[in-house]
Design a protein around this ligand. Sequence first.
Ligand code: C2E
Ligand code: CA
Ligand code: CA
Ligand code: CA
Length: 286
Amino acid sequence: AKSAGGNRFELADAEADARAITRHGLTTALPTALDRGEFFIEYQPLVHLGDGSVRGAEALVRWLHPQHGVLGPDRFIPLAEHTGLIVPLGRWVLEQSVRQAKEWRERHAGTATAPLRINVNLSPCQLTHPGLVQDTVDILETAGVDPDALCLEVTESALIGADDDLLKPLRRLAEMGVDIALDDFGTGYSNLANLRRLPVSVLKLDRSFTQSMQQFPADPVDLKIVDGIVSLAHSLNLAVTVEGVETGAQAEQLRILGCDTAQGWYYARPGPPERLHELAMADASG
Ligand code: C2E
Ligand code: CA
Ligand code: CA
Ligand code: CA
């Protein structure tokens, strides 16, 4: 028993060491990864719940690390925020995504697809960076993309207790026609009445709400909660997007509850830009 306990301890210890070494290694490799072209973006479709058509995509960044393979954003975004790399990385993601949206829109011109829109995540560090508005304007102008094609996703927690200085750049972007979405909505503790003050036009309901719709019919209390949020959002002229839709039952219940747009593995996993193009075209032709 003694040696088993000892082994367990050593194993846990070794794992903690390995994690710390990896974290250290990743932090060291991060600043040059952007120059070396090791980041890439996957796109996940945003689907209209009413008619099932692809309306756009969310850009999700990945790091193709030379030793560790493909790393998800949860592994490196916090490090990038800590080291400040998130500002140039975020700008790069925005630039690539906007250019990609331009390409899709050009290829789909004259087809039955609605012009695709692009959603890009903004870190709280980018919100406080003074270049945000100008960088965004420049990127849209250079690519020749209408601000209406862009939606910036900001987490609810980043805006809780936000003062006017923080909201000013978002307001300017919203006035230009850029949509602002409140991401992971329902996980923070924001006062619902507070929503009126924020320049947002989309609520992205957190995946936990979608998970509560796994049973058909879902728990009546869960249904009432989502129903209440959707009604409130619509009364404030906000569109509702749901994330993490993995089954048809979830999609159907969320559609009945009046949610507008859905995203999740049920429709498609995040993938290369060509895949998004194919999904949008397939759906326009049949
Ligand atoms: P998020 O913005 O909430 O993005 C949704 C996450 O849910 C993505 O994880 C996506 O792959 C995953 N997902 C999509 N559909 C399903 C589903 O049906 N079931 C489940 N279980 N998961 C699903 P991912 O790509 O690992 O991204 C994680 C987080 O990293 C994102 O959460 C976002 O906060 C952040 N992130 C991703 N790209 C960027 C970026 O370019 N900039 C910044 N600042 N953050 C980013
Ligand atoms: Ca997001
Ligand atoms: Ca708009
Ligand atoms: Ca989210």
